[in-house]
Ligand binder design. Structure first.
Ligand SMILES: Nc1ncnc2c1ncn2[C@@H]1O[C@H](COP(=O)(O)OP(=O)(O)O)[C@@H](O)[C@H]1O
Ligand SMILES: C[C@@](O)(CCOP(=O)(O)O)CC(=O)O
Ligand SMILES: [Mg+2]
Length: 384
């Protein structure tokens, strides 16, 4: 039997980086997904653990005997996770040595280590094949690392029988887990995200698992009820960057200037708290809708300024900010910055007139625009 699990990417409306240092942040799921399909082989000595990354055309295979030689006889565990130890990480690095990873895709190594960790920790050395496809740009701020870890944890834990859906629907339909199962998947995905990000806050895996729009602070998640739609244009600058390195850069700046950076993080906290209240405001007429959106735009603009203070700017981001400002639109980077994606708030009353024009101009710079639905479903599974 094949298990398929899909998990969404995300946007961060306010609070990236500062959330790692204890501030509040606001994030929402988007309708771009990573899907992990898993088919288990026969338990026993032979066989291999295989991973097929469809979008990059790369496949990896580890004979179970090699996995056992590197890790010992791991039993697999379907309860709460134990973090990946430095010894295990070293063993995964050894297992990667035998694989041919093209130099240009060396950034995949962290994702491969996260896969090996999740697979062996949940299923032990059992043979099986996982296939991954994704709508998300990788390493661009839309949480591809979290969507990868959430969808893979969802598929592995379902195959292990640790989580499940009520069933009854046709095999092709997507179904959602109950809250306890989602909690368990989220805990595992967080351990995978730690291998990729170094020191994640947990916001990305949480919003990918639970979906919707959330406020997140120090591991605590509050669901936000947005009564009016929030329309965002996402622009991928196509400038590659790595979340782990950017997180480390912000932490280094915080240790060089502890007081100044504490004030910056504190200001971001206030912006996120205010933005989450504005999100929940119900606006019933055009005046109220415009006033709500003006407040959101102002808070996003303030957050962008504070992100500059953290040192995660990039000239490509500034080009997007300048271009959208020509249309009186406000933008901010989303995710770790340093390139990657930028969010532009599209006011409801301007959506029909401005959206296509600004997207066309942004694309003329070589950027790629995504028009997404914000605040949708989290992790879902289907069996075929
Ligand atoms: N579909 C995927 N297949 C393999 N690895 C992935 C996939 N998606 C994400 N990753 C891993 O996550 C890393 C990107 O994560 P990160 O730098 O946090 O950026 P983001 O999460 O914003 O896309 C990649 O370098 C890779 O290791
Ligand atoms: C910068 C940060 O706040 C978000 C990173 O998101 P992404 O990996 O760039 O999609 C890090 C985190 O919260 O773990
Ligand atoms: Mg990430």
């Amino acid at each position: 039997m094949e298990v398929r699990a899909r998990a969404p990417g995300k946007i961060i409306l306010a609070g990236e980086h500062a959330v790692v240092h204890g501030s509040a942040a606001v994030a929402a799921a988007i309708d771009l997904y990573t899907t992990s399909s898993l088919r288990l082989g026969e338990d026993g000595g032979a066989g291999a653990v295989e991973l097929d990354l469809r979008d990059s055309g790369l496949t990896f295979s580890w004979p179970c005997s090699r996995v056992r030689a590197a890790l010992g006889e791991v039993a697999g565990k379907a309860g709460a996770p134990t973090p990946c130890s430095p010894d295990e990480l070293a063993a995964f690095a050894k297992l990667l040595e035998g694989q041919e990873i093209p130099e240009a895709k060396i950034w995949l190594s962290a994702g491969l280590s996260a896969f090996l960790f999740l697979y062996t920790a949940i299923l032990g050395c059992r043979p099986g094949k996982a296939v991954v496809t994704s709508d998300l740009p990788i390493g661009a701020g839309l949480g591809s690392s979290a969507a990868f870890c959430v969808s893979m944890s969802g598929a592995l834990l379902t195959a292990a029988g640790a989580v499940g859906v009520a069933g009854g629907s046709s095999a092709e339909e997507w179904e959602s887990f109950g809250k306890d199962d989602l909690e368990l998947v989220n805990q595992w995905a967080f351990q995978g995200e730690k291998i990729i990000h170094g020191k994640p806050s947990g916001i990305d895996n949480s919003v990918s698992t639970f979906g919707s729009m959330i406020k997140f602070k120090k591991g605590e998640l509050t669901n936000l009820k947005s009564r009016n739609p929030v329309k965002m244009l996402i622009t991928d600058t196509r400038v590659g960057r790595n979340t782990k390195a950017l997180l480390a850069g912000v932490s280094e700046r915080a240790s060089r200037h502890p007081d100044a950076m504490a004030s910056v993080f504190n200001a971001v906290n206030s912006v996120s708290e205010e933005l989450s209240s504005v999100i929940e405001l119900a606006a019933e007429d055009e005046i109220a809708i415009t006033s709500r959106e003006d407040k959101l735009a102002e808070l996003m603009e303030m957050n962008q300024g504070l992100l500059q203070c953290m040192g995660v700017r990039h000239s490509s981001i500034e080009t997007v900010l300048r271009t959208t400002l020509k249309y009186s639109l406000v933008s901010k980077l989303t995710g770790a910055g340093g390139g990657g994606c930028v969010l532009t708030l599209i006011p409801t009353l301007l959506a029909n007139t401005v959206l296509e024009k600004v997207a066309t101009e942004l694309e003329s710079h070589g950027f790629r625009c995504f028009k997404v639905e914000v605040g949708g479903r989290g992790l879902q599974v289907s069996r075929a």
